[in-house]
Design a protein around this ligand. Structure first.
Ligand code: FES
Length: 516
């Protein structure tokens, strides 16, 4: 089924929509792991906190991950030392250890049963080409005092050339972990959660934040934490120029091969991220990978099938019980953006750019947000400052944004289609260009404009304007997700045109074919 493992068979409480103006100390925007943890920590500090979510808590990126709790973020430490120096690499590691300890403390203090398992986390290669990279990463990890080792002997059912293991890492059931935090937070006086409450603007004025919702209500607060995955308050901060969106796909299935219960990820492409998880009296394997930049996949590439074939070949998996996918954002210097959104709006804090390692980095963000709001001294403010800029960063920004401009211009200069036979319209028939099989979608050029068309299982056809509401790139259709994806900065929309993620914020315009 196309549903995430973590959200199946799990009853989450429903929370009301925000229908009245409100005043609070801190407004947290985004009901994922960062928002919930931040709200929980600030509630513990005695702040009046309101947590708002545009849809439903935990149903965004948080509910669609591998839920690995690890300091091993593929090959990151060698790069951090090279780009930022040993002190900053050390600070990155230390801040993630503090985050790890917070997770362990929460589990202990709230007696959370979340299938937490301590495991070794491996990054490995099957190719001679990457052995040196792994050896260098091992040296970097040793310099930083990480409990790591190098080996050629993994119990995976295929031969690896070299692997780096980090001991005493973990994985868990992310929804089971966060639900008690939500419950505990809700018990605080003057702390509230609202769902189906979508923010469209945050302004700071005279040290007060004013947040406006699409429903017309507003919230006044001393601080705002924007934990909405992609920062909701982007128009004046240009995060779209410094965040690169990337999609990942996951399947979960029963399997029939014995191997060490651990976390695995390879270095080479295609990426394969592997772990197992208890499921009734058995275990399921989770296999993730097939990463690609949002809006940059070919219709003939079957990402879920590729994962399934890999699983069948090596782990004798059965038909997958779950298929799900998610998008995350990369920064250009391997460090997330966590902190004051800009120097003129210090009361607004943003957290984004976790590059798919959000279980721990979310907690780094929550701790830093709490410390900034409570005026605690924090050595990590400078490290993760969202407005930082370096030479290397500038070059990468330039190249990425140049490509985005190319997509924008290229999408608009494509050859105009031939005039359409108007007789179809007179007969109120769907133009033949819009023919598509059930369960499929595509982009259509028609009378000089681009449209997206999708036909559902009941043969109902949905047509949308595929000009991205953000900066007007032409969207692509992703038949695996049934979404329209923006190749420029990663905005995503359902086939009905509903906004899902990214800087666009608005829905796509729905088109009636009679109005074409
Ligand atoms: Fe920027 Fe679509 S997200 S143009």
């Amino acid at each position: 089924m196309n549903k995430p493992l973590w959200l199946d068979n799990y009853d989450l409480n429903n929370f009301p929509q925000l229908t009245n103006d409100l005043e609070t100390d801190v407004l947290v925007i985004g009901g994922g792991i960062t928002g919930i943890t931040t709200a929980y920590l600030l509630g513990e500090e005695g702040y009046r906190v309101t947590l708002v979510e545009a849809e439903k808590l935990l149903h965004g990126t948080t509910g669609h991950t591998t839920a690995k709790v690890t300091l091993q973020h593929s090959l990151v430490y060698k790069t951090l030392i090279k780009k930022h120096g040993i002190n900053k690499a050390q600070a990155y590691k230390d801040s993630h250890i503090i985050a790890f300890n917070l997770i362990k403390d929460n589990i202990k203090n709230l007696e959370i049963n979340c299938d937490y398992e301590t495991v070794t986390s491996y990054v490995y290669t099957e190719s001679d080409k990457y052995i040196n990279n792994i050896e260098k990463e091992y040296e970097a990890s040793q310099k930083l005092g990480i409990n790591s080792f190098i080996t050629e002997n993994l119990s995976l059912p295929y031969k690896v050339k070299c692997a780096l293991g980090f001991k005493e890492q973990a994985h868990f059931h992310v929804v089971k972990y966060l639900t008690p935090l939500i419950d505990d937070f809700s018990k605080n006086d003057d702390c509230y959660i609202f769902e189906k409450s979508k923010v469209f603007k945050v302004k700071e004025d005279n040290n007060m934040c004013h947040t406006y919702f699409t429903s017309g209500v507003k919230v006044k607060s001393r601080h705002v934490v924007v934990a909405s995955h992609y920062p909701v308050n982007d128009p004046h901060n240009f995060y779209f120029t410094k965040l690169k969106p990337s999609m990942t796909y996951l399947i979960s299935a029963k399997y029939n091969v014995e191997f060490e219960n651990a976390d695995y990820i390879n270095v080479e492409k295609p990426i394969r991220s592997i772990r197992t998880h208890p499921y009734n009296d058995e275990r399921l394997i989770l296999i993730g990978g097939e990463n690609h930049q949002c809006g940059h996949t070919r219709p003939d590439v079957k990402h879920y099938s590729n994962l399934e074939n890999f699983g069948k070949k090596h782990f004798a998996i059965e038909e997958p019980l779950y298929r799900f996918s998610t998008q995350d954002f990369y920064t250009f210097d391997n460090l997330p953006y966590i902190g004051k959104i800009n120097p003129k709006s210090p009361q607004i804090i943003v957290a984004t750019g976790y590059k798919k390692w959000g279980m721990l980095t979310s907690h780094v963000a929550a701790i830093l947000a709490r410390d900034l709001i409570t005026n605690k001294n924090t050595e990590y403010e400078k490290l993760y400052k969202p407005t930082r800029i370096t030479d290397k960063l500038s070059c990468k920004f330039f190249s990425y944004n140049l490509k985005s401009v190319g997509r924008l211009v290229g999408g608009r200069l494509k050859k105009m289609p031939k005039e359409f036979d108007v007789s179809c319209l007179l007969k109120h028939q769907m133009p033949k260009e819009f023919d598509v099989s059930e369960g499929m979608g595509k982009i259509v050029s028609y009378k000089g404009k681009k449209y997206g068309v999708y036909k559902d299982e009941n043969s109902e056809v949905f047509i949308v304007n595929v000009v991205c509401p953000h900066l007007k790139c032409i969207l692509t259709f992703n038949n695996e997700h049934k979404t329209y994806d923006c190749p420029c900065h990663g905005s995503r929309f359902t086939y009905k045109g509903k906004y899902l993620d990214g800087p666009a914020i608005k829905n796509l315009e729905r088109i009636n074919f009679r109005d074409l």
